[in-house]
Design a protein around this ligand. Sequence first.
Ligand SMILES: CC(C)(COP(=O)(O)OP(=O)(O)OC[C@H]1O[C@@H](n2cnc3c(N)ncnc32)[C@H](O)[C@@H]1OP(=O)(O)O)[C@@H](O)C(=O)NCCC(=O)NCCSC(=O)C(=O)O
Length: 580
Amino acid sequence: MSAVAQLVDTSASAEAELTDGFHLVIDALKLNGIETIYGVPGIPITDLGRMCQAEGIRVVSFRHEQNAGNAAAIAGFLTKKPGICLTVSAPGFLNGLTALANATTNCFPMILISGSSEREIVDLQQGDYEEMDQLAIAKPLCKAAFRVLHAADIGIGVARAIRAAVSGRPGGVYLDLPAKLFSQVMDAEAGAKSLVKVIDAAPAQIPAPSAITRALDVLKSAKRPLIVLGKGAAYAQADETIRQFVETSGIPYVPMSMAKGLLPDTHPLSAGAARSTALKDSDVVLLIGARLNWLLSHGKGKTWGEPHSTKFIQIDIEPREMDSNVEIVAPIVGDIGSCVQALLDGLGKASWQGAPSDWTETLKSKKEANIAKMATKLGKNSTPMDFHSALSALRTVIKERPDAILVNEGANTLDLARGVIDMYQPRKRLDVGTWGVMGIGMGFAVAAAIETGKPVLAVEGDSAFGFSGMEVETICRYNLPVCIVIFNNNGIYRGTDTDPTGRDPGTTVFVPGSRYDKMMEAFGGVGVNVTTPDELKRAVDAAMDSGKPTLINAEIDPAAGSESGNIGSLNPQSVVKKKN
Ligand SMILES: CC(C)(COP(=O)(O)OP(=O)(O)OC[C@H]1O[C@@H](n2cnc3c(N)ncnc32)[C@H](O)[C@@H]1OP(=O)(O)O)[C@@H](O)C(=O)NCCC(=O)NCCSC(=O)C(=O)O
């Protein structure tokens, strides 16, 4: 159904078919296959949301823009289409901006559409309602930013935003729509003609044959080759090509957190459980959609076994990624599917012998030793629960339900879940990503349920949950199959810190014995409090079977947990002792 408005043009005394900014925005989004919008209603976009809904676009209204933005961002990751977040001006826009910046950092395609105040007043700084130069503020925090001033340009504006979000390296895009634009009227036929359907928004980028030959030559020279799969590889949806390349080459691989499950973590070539050894001792590393940022120790130092030098081959769609931290001896610029396919085609021609068996055996025995060590911790069944005993229950849940989506954030809750919970399918693990940001939980959970229709298990530290916790109301309102498990140890890292002066609670502790499950009950969802791994497993199974919104408060020993999980070394500590 067309969103053309039937209005009467009194000046022409004849009835003319007209459209306006509202309808043109909706038509432009629909023309480009946008089916869902995440947002928070308010001035000046309240009617836009209502009208989108009336026109068949699903509009998911949140309680805070940051969560709506995170939902849009992860929708982009899961679907390769830009996730749309709709916010009001100034404060709403700023609330959404954190998610936009995070999406850009993580290379998730997303468009933040914000209403804004009148240009004439903003530019003269005359104090309009929610006055702010949003375009200027958004620009440095996203991949591209556009403002549309005339209804006739809405089609082009939306098209530019879509193409910018998904082409090349994906990222966040800001689209500024001033309030006045929505009520601008134009001839409906001319309006329809002004719309643009984006053709081939993310075209394949084929790598140069010479880059493939160079990379294969380097790989052939390797004695201890390794593949690192990043979330870019998961985003690419080239799952079968990547699996074939790994298996044909016989090269062990380490998945980054959100690449877990691209091949099952139980795959014989997975070296995830021998991560340190694999990174330290490898001599040639093929990075597929993984950047040499802090999560990979910038490609240097002890992690990479310096002084021995590692040779890096890197596949990335962004040429400037190459040599960003260390020399890349064989850069392959292109989209991941095309690049890995070209490497796979080249393997046969390169008379590939497979990875040397002494290397694969070394990793295998290290992996087996680590798995055995972990099995001891998982089997402890301690009371009160520690992280491992609680996670062992959730590990079984995902093993039994491999198509469920795992959302995960926290410090210890994140770090330990990453190792303990094996993933079996691509794009099933969604977490804090490149920034290690807290607050993605409920936004990711909502979008994962909506975009995939699969059950979602959100494993949350009690602190992490607090950043988006109000969205349990959203989860109940839309009746989503989301089961939230809160690892409640009464604080950030742990719940035992104190104020040395005795005046206040310690800076990292929360109300002891909080019952987060009661929050869920307040909105009609199911709330459960559990104290043992068996109770936890039963409660999660019941939630997954029923599909009812559920929050399980899992009581964890307040003394369990360590500072900053396993990235505590990044936390500066004062060396100055204060004299009394
Ligand atoms: C930087 C990292 C990529 C690297 O961590 P590492 O500790 O080196 O690796 P992993 O966590 O993958 O693995 C830890 C160890 O477990 C082993 N391992 C992994 N999987 C398994 C299984 N299945 N079985 C047995 N052992 C396993 C792995 O080989 C390592 O052992 P060895 O091989 O023997 O070493 C990761 O820590 C990470 O993604 N961190 C992000 C953290 C984050 O963003 N936190 C939020 C911050 S906010 C916050 O908390 C704050 O502000 O404070």
